[in-house]
Design a binder for this molecule. Structure first.
Ligand code: PMP
Length: 467
């Protein structure tokens, strides 16, 4: 437990203060004004205690968060356009999610589903099976992290097809475990110095306007892969993010997804949609692949599914999901009951609060506002504004005509935004895009405030170059 957390606990239970049941909504300014360690002190302790490989984007330490706002240990307020990397479509501490998790904590927090199973796992599996696209009966496996979900999807695909091969795409991100790193299509920082990676993982080109790769080029690249390296009858699965997440918030063109489905059907290959980042309402539908009309065989989910709790899963056709023998799937913590309860509540919140429609509307607003801001602040810097629903990114270049990626400018925009109270995160193969993962529950006023800070940050980054 960090000293901050200790301090908070001590404060709440100190003999001098009346002990009260924790309130759902703490008065933010009260909490924010409590004295505690400074950001700088924690940075120094962290540097001594935590390996540098776990990079943190912001040199601030969280104290309190609510919906789309976060306060650091010094009481500074930030608007959160990052949401813990796409985990908080329903916002920090959504009241329903907190309530459901607390209720579950009062019953039991862990039994291991493999030893004494429990209802919330089944409730969530049924819900996910019903939400996933396609008419075929489905089953769901619950695990803990996105990478674990992807690993298990590959295991299931191999067991179901009796084939070893996996095809992933340039710029795709599937996790930091060794198999998922092998599938991840970006060297720095993820794959640097940690190879070799598992065999039988192949890479096909992802369509890219920047690199002049059309959908037809990408499909030709995949077909060439079948000729050069990956015998199609030995390929178990093709895995693709329907919208590249870490790779730059680039949607897969719908006709490409349809072609992939046809190629998979032709060769008996399973299609895995990695929806870890694009799922759970971010794009205006439960799953981003729904936009293309394609039904995948397996879907990996995590992040916003559980509203801030570590939970992930593989949803898939029942016949495929049952390929592995009893005992082949699982893990001590997989499908933790508190996380399941939180996920059921987060899904209910998405339904009750119309967050799918909100995502579509928010996406339109974001794109329109980014276009205005770009035109006003630095037209030659805004090379692309793209996305699906509220999964939107802005890509910065140093020169519009040559489209030269500008990671340095992007970093400075993010730093200026932080100074002004807005949390932003980059993405993209060249680290030159800023992605928006603001909670879908954020009010228009908060989103506007964040966008105004973004505009000021861009202006500041431009101004410092003109000095
Ligand atoms: N797949 C995708 C598409 C992701 O965006 C991520 C995480 N950014 C992962 C897999 C891995 O998830 P985790 O970090 O929970 O292991």
């Amino acid at each position: 437990m960090s000293s901050t957390a200790k301090k908070k606990t001590n404060r709440k239970t100190s003999a001098k203060t009346k002990v009260e049941a924790p309130k759902m909504t703490v008065v933010s300014s009260d909490v924010a004004n409590q004295s505690g360690p400074t950001n700088a002190a924690l940075v120094a302790r962290r540097d001594a205690a935590v390996p540098r490989g776990v990079a943190s984007a912001a040199p601030i330490y969280a104290k309190y968060a609510e919906n789309a706002e976060l306060w650091d240990v010094e009481g500074n307020r930030y608007i959160d356009f990052v949401g813990g990397i796409g985990v908080l479509n329903t916002g920090h501490r959504h009241p329903k999610v907190v309530e459901a998790a607390k209720a579950q904590e009062d019953l039991y927090t862990h039994t291991s589903f493999q030893v004494v199973p429990y209802g919330p796992y089944i409730d969530l599996a049924e819900k996910l099976n019903a939400l996933a696209p396609g008419d075929a009966p489905k089953k769901t496996l619950l695990v803990t992290t996105g990478a674990e979900a992807v690993e298990n999807a590959v295991k299931i695909a191999r067991a179901a097809t009796g084939r070893p091969g996996v095809i992933a795409f340039t710029g795709g991100y599937h996790g930091r475990t060794l198999l998922t790193l092998g599938m991840t299509g970006k060297v720095t920082p993820y794959k640097k110095d940690v190879g070799p990676f598992p065999a039988d993982v192949f890479r096909a080109p992802f369509p890219s306007v920047r690199d002049g790769i059309t959908v037809q080029d990408a499909i030709t690249g995949l077909k060439n892969l079948f000729l050069t390296d990956a015998q199609p009858e030995r390929v178990a699965a093709i895995i693709i993010e329907p919208v590249l997440g870490e790779g730059g918030y680039t949607p897969v063109p719908f006709e490409m997804m349809q072609e992939l489905r046809a190629i998979c059907d032709q060769h008996g290959i399973l299609l895995i949609a990695d929806e870890v980042q694009a799922g759970f309402g971010r794009t205006g539908t439960w799953f981003a692949i729904e936009h293309s009309g394609v039904v995948p065989d397996l879907i990996t989910v995590a992040k916003s599914m559980a509203g801030g709790y570590p939970l992930a899963g593989v949803i898939g056709r029942a016949d495929v999901m049952d390929a592995m023998a009893p005992g082949g799937l699982g893990g001590t913590y997989g499908g933790n009951p508190v996380a399941c309860a939180a996920a059921l509540a987060a899904i209910e919140a998405i339904e009750d609060e119309g967050l799918l429609a909100r995502s579509t509307a928010m996406g339109e607003t974001l794109k329109a506002r980014f276009a205005e801001i770009g035109a006003r602040a630095a037209p030659y810097r805004f090379w692309d504004i793209r996305g699906l629903g509220a999964m939107v990114a802005v890509e910065f270049v140093s020169d519009f005509d040559t489209a030269t990626p500008d990671a340095d400018f992007t970093k400075r925009v993010i730093a200026h935004a932080l100074q002004r109270g807005l949390l932003l995160l980059s993405c993209g193969m060249h680290g030159n895009a800023v992605r928006v993962m603001v909670p879908l529950t954020a009010s228009d006023a908060i989103v506007d405030e964040g966008l105004a800070i973004f505009e000021a940050a861009v202006a500041a980054a431009v101004a410092e170059e003109q000095k």
